[in-house]
Design a protein around this ligand. Structure first.
Ligand SMILES: Cc1ncc(COP(=O)(O)O)c(C=O)c1O
Length: 428
């Protein structure tokens, strides 16, 4: 059964808003998605009914504590983690990653090597680079092919050495849209005794994540990219989170995940994250029957959430096709990502384009005047932009639909882009 787009859109109040009298078209989803009612309800409930700090011996504090515990369980199911002690909440992916550089740095000695893919968002590059500088580590890059926009995992055999100790892996690029073969990379790294840290921020809204299947050591995501509130989440293997050092206050119990959740956590953020999981469960239960995973041992919630995400991913591939076909029809635009429909399993619907005489900022400004929201520039994916030689050309125009967008919305954007690139119009 295909996604019921009407039912989906009804869940998101922001989709009904207008911009100067025309419907808003949100194609800025790689930078942050809109939220469904379940998220708003959960956040409102937390802030109205039990806005208390956690851990107290009174009614509202107990409710807050239980909500936080449920948020950890919900995210454990989202990731198919072994248990909720493997789930650490934090401000956002970048802050959690900086914390993890401090946690891990002591394991490495001068001359050790770390490998980053060339597709990293800077949130999974600069923290490790800074750690490497401080510890005297060598930073190597796993490049992507700038014509296919994919990474050849076999190249790892040339790059990994006995000194390789750590690898940062991009699950899906926020510029190219490529989905990397994380499982194959983790297999090679694991065989070489290399710790792996996966940035799943862009993949999480577009596919089912199974950390046990991937075989990684750490994985990070941000709820605001998967229909939730501004909230970062880290998954780590329990044996690592129990034994690695933690920079914690004396009064905090020395057990995961609390030893890494410093200071007062965002109760409303965790409550809203439960709401995002509930939304995905709803999609799975009402529209995802054919996508329910059959793997034994999954919880009912994991099955429902993953079915929802897989139903969304199939719909996303239709959006990719429509958008890429339309951009190709306009002509003269270079699509910086996979365009072969047979390889759409290897991309999310984020599509970046360039044209030699086109200023992406001007085009984004023009689209905004018509209620179409897109990003331009590097979107912090600076390693990708530099690899493509686009840093002095204003980066890319990034069109980022997700499962609540329609092909009709894409047509509005495509018509405007065509008018602009053919010089029929200019921003006011
Ligand atoms: C791939 C990727 N990684 C990391 C981040 C940073 O996430 P956060 O804003 O939660 O720090 C982003 C944000 O756009 C991203 O797209």
């Amino acid at each position: 059964m295909a996604l019921d787009i009407g039912a989906v859109r009804e869940q998101f109040p922001a989709l009904a808003l207008t911009h100067n009298g025309v419907p808003r078209i949100y194609l800025d989803n790689p930078a942050g998605t809109q939220v469904p009612r379940t998220v708003l309800d959960r956040m409102m409930q937390a802030l109205v009914e039990f806005n208390a700090n956690m851990g107290g011996n009174f009614h509202t504090s107990r409710l807050a504590t239980e909500t936080s515990a449920e948020a950890h369980r919900a995210m454990a199911d989202f990731f198919n983690a072994s248990n909720e002690r493997e789930v650490v909440f934090g401000a956002n992916m970048t802050t959690l990653t900086f914390m993890m550089t401090r946690v891990l740095a002591g394991r490495f000695e001068a001359g050790d090597e770390i490998i980053l893919t060339q597709m990293e968002h800077d949130g999974n590059a600069s923290p490790w680079r800074i750690m490497a500088e401080e510890r005297g580590l060598v930073v190597k890059r796993l490049d992507f092919d700038p014509t296919t926009y994919e990474i050849d995992v076999a190249r790892l055999d040339e790059i990994i050495t006995p000194r390789t100790k750590f690898a940062a892996i991009n699950y899906s690029s926020n510029i190219l849209g490529t989905i990397n073969n994380v499982k194959a990379m983790c297999e090679r790294y694991r065989a070489a005794g290399v710790l792996t840290y996966v940035d799943a921020v862009q993949f999480a809204p577009h596919g089912a994540i199974d950390v046990q299947e991937l075989g990684c050591d750490f994985l990070v995501a941000s709820a605001y990219k998967f229909y939730g509130p501004h909230q970062g989440i880290l998954w780590g293997r329990e044996e690592l989170l129990s034994t690695l050092p933690a920079w914690k206050l004396r009064v905090v119990k020395d057990v995961p995940p609390g030893r890494y959740e410093t200071g007062t956590q965002s109760l409303e953020g965790q409550a809203g994250t439960i709401g995002a999981i509930e939304y995905m469960q709803w999609v799975g239960r009402t529209m995802g029957a054919e996508f329910v995973p059959t793997k034994p041992g999954l919880s009912d919630r994991t099955r429902a959430v993953h079915a929802g995400l897989l139903a969304m991913a199939e719909y996303d591939r239709g959006l990719s096709r429509h958008l890429i076909d339309g951009l190709q029809r306009i002509g003269g635009l270079e699509i910086r990502g996979i365009t072969n429909p047979e390889r759409f399993q290897h991309r999310v619907p984020t599509v970046s384009v360039t044209k030699s005489d086109l200023d992406p900022a001007e085009l984004a400004t023009f689209l905004d005047q018509h209620g179409v929201y897109v990003w331009n520039g590097h979107s912090y994916g600076i390693d990708v932009i530099e690899r493509l030689g686009l840093q002095d050309r204003g980066g890319v125009l990034r069109i980022g639909p997700t499962h609540y967008n329609t092909t009709a919305e894409l047509d509005v954007a495509l018509n405007l882009i065509e008018d602009f690139v053919k010089g029929r119009v200019r921003p006011d």
